[in-house]
Design a protein around this ligand. Sequence first.
Ligand SMILES: [Zn+2]
Length: 442
Amino acid sequence: MSKKATSSVRKATSNVYGPNKITYTHFKKAVDIAKECRPETSGKLHPKVGAVIVKKGKIIASAYRGEVGRAEHAEYIALEKKAGGDPNVQGADLITTLEPCTVRSHDKRPCVSWIKSRNIRKVWIATLDPNPVIAGYGELQLQEDGIKIGRFPDNLADEVLHDNKEFFEWVRLKQPTISRIDQKNERLVIIDALKESINGANQLRSLLYDRFLSPLSGKKERNETKEVVGFLNDTIIKFEKALEQALAVQIDSEGSWVQLGSLLTDLKLHGIALLAYRVATEIDATSNYAWTGLTLSELELNRKDVTWPFQYSITPIDRSPFQKRSKTWLRFSEFEKPDMKVRMAARALQLGQKLDDIWPIVEKSAEEIMISEKRKEKESLQKEKMAWVEMSVMMGSLGEEEKQSFCLSIAAKNPSRPKLSGPAKMMWDLATGDLNLDESEE
Ligand SMILES: [Zn+2]
């Protein structure tokens, strides 16, 4: 701590604030008991909050979030559960590490309302609530009701922010980065695609009716056609259900988009499924379901594509918390063949996974490939080559030359040159040194 900071802390510790004689020790107590808060439910983060009620220098009650009753708020516990019948609460100061809430789920009363009803004189706050539904409104509502507002000493406010770092980050990730209008536009894209699919299936069905269900065609032919028509009927019903769901998808509801995404995945409409999942991640970047669905649809789309993973690749730097996306790729890669494993590892690398984490997968795949080399089909051989070239390109961008040449040497073991075009060909040529840039410039 610098000299200046030390002296300002010393000054703050000796101050006595207002008629209720609030001191540094009272603020410190609120900060310290907030640290007692324990995680509540898996998959959700909660703030660590401490509250202290002080009158004329004496602590009437103190509490931390969840101390009594699951997920109960610190201010509520202190005011009602601990000092419920105490007449001294009237006119006391309330010190709380987080801005009091203005809304609570279901039948619960928000803390702002409890504070008003107990006639608290002044509320001391360390930080505003990061949730935009509450941020600033808690403070404003209290002020409008004539309750004074004060702040914690700077160093303690900083400590509260530090203790709640993960929670603040989590709340930020939960804020939509996609506008309502953009969501409506994406919904239209999905609706149009579904309508097109339904029309296509309908046309095919009537074509089959006309051509094969006429009395002129043979019995065997007619039976086979009936089967196909039956399948088309089922498909059309499923598509129509998905269309209903798409029409009803809720704007700003991550769950609603995930539900639509999974329905589209079941119908193997991976392109629009990816779109639905992507919207879901942009509404709530903490959603595991959304990230998993997105990765799965991306995988399905790329399974057939030789130029993967550059094709379809969505923004490499996204808001995925804790590299959720790249980890998902690695998790899925366990169930795949060696060439897919390498491609998925490349994708994970592209999304920010550390080279050390993916290298064991690369080495293991190389081993498996050496063993099964003779049995391979031509097409998969081609895909495999591309996978290794892609990987080597990734290595190149990381400056890992030794590992890059390892990947290239595996790719070069393939005797037949892959038939590629466009950017994939260019990448291949660059990676294997076939492309002479000087020549092409002439
Ligand atoms: Zn509250």
